[in-house]
Design a protein around this ligand. Structure first.
Ligand SMILES: N[C@@H](CCC(=O)N[C@@H](CS)C(=O)NCC(=O)O)C(=O)O
Length: 233
């Protein structure tokens, strides 16, 4: 049984796109796993998720998926040709290296998003910690986004960057059932995780408006959820 170390649920959902990516992959591939709640400072690389499999600790969602796919019975990417793999790589990078940071901005930096996300992220924390931790971590995320670059843009520009990614993803998906072939792959775990992270939480932002306005994107999210349900049945 794989142990998947991740954040506490927020709004009843997996709040982290990278944790949700791994959890979705496990669900799509029918991999038995146990979710274990933890915090980043206990992770091997200071970020979540990580997994423990037979005593081996593996951090980073991409490396975790590589590890899971090494078991042929769990390899959703088997049989993809070089072009499909390349398209998947580009799509994944768009989600993880660009769209992700717009999502982070919508939760941690945008005052409207923070007013909703802050209390939920730190719910249940002892009052003494809750008085200092949210502000401290918000400053840390602010510094991370500044280093990454998107934090140097104003609100409209950040959302323009994110919605441009969403528009490109929607064109790429078009009328395809799944991202790069006719069945779910690891690429779908990533794309779904980002779209669900925008759609699921009760946060209003131009990112959410863009997903909700796209039948391609909302239809895709529903298809992935049907594929997960079918695998569990
Ligand atoms: N490259 C890593 C990124 C993981 C990541 O950024 N995780 C975030 C949550 S979505 C995290 O743990 N942040 C806590 C921190 O930076 O302190 C992966 O693919 O797993």
């Amino acid at each position: 049984m794989i142990e998947l170390y991740q954040f506490r649920r927020a709004w009843g959902l997996n709040p982290s796109p990278f944790c949700l990516k791994v959890e979705t992959y496990c669900q799509l591939a029918g991999i038995p796993y146990k979710s274990v709640r933890t915090v980043p400072f206990k992770a091997p690389r200071g970020k979540l998720p990580f997994v423990v499999d037979g005593g081996q600790r593996i951090a980073d969602s991409g490396l975790i998926l590589d590890h899971l796919r090494a078991n042929a019975a769990w390899d959703l990417d088997a049989g993809l040709d070089a072009r499909q793999q390349a398209m998947g790589h580009l799509l994944r990078r768009t989600c993880e290296e660009s769209l992700y940071f717009a999502v982070v901005y919508s939760r941690w930096i945008d005052d409207a998003g923070w007013a909703v996300a802050g209390p939920e992220f730190f719910r249940g924390m002892p009052a003494i910690l809750r008085a200092v931790m949210p502000g401290r971590l918000r400053k840390k995320v602010q510094a991370q986004l500044h280093q990454q670059g998107y934090g140097r843009h104003d609100r409209d520009e950040v959302y323009a960057l994110g919605t441009a990614d969403l528009a490109a993803i929607a064109v790429f998906l078009g009328d395809h059932v799944f991202a790069v072939t006719d069945r779910p792959t690891s690429v779908d775990a990533t794309v779904y995780a980002l779209l669900k992270s925008i759609l699921g939480p009760p946060l209003e932002s131009p990112l959410k408006q863009a997903v909700q306005a796209s039948p391609v994107l909302t239809g895709y999210v529903q298809r992935i959820e049907r594929a997960i349900a079918a695998k569990a049945a």
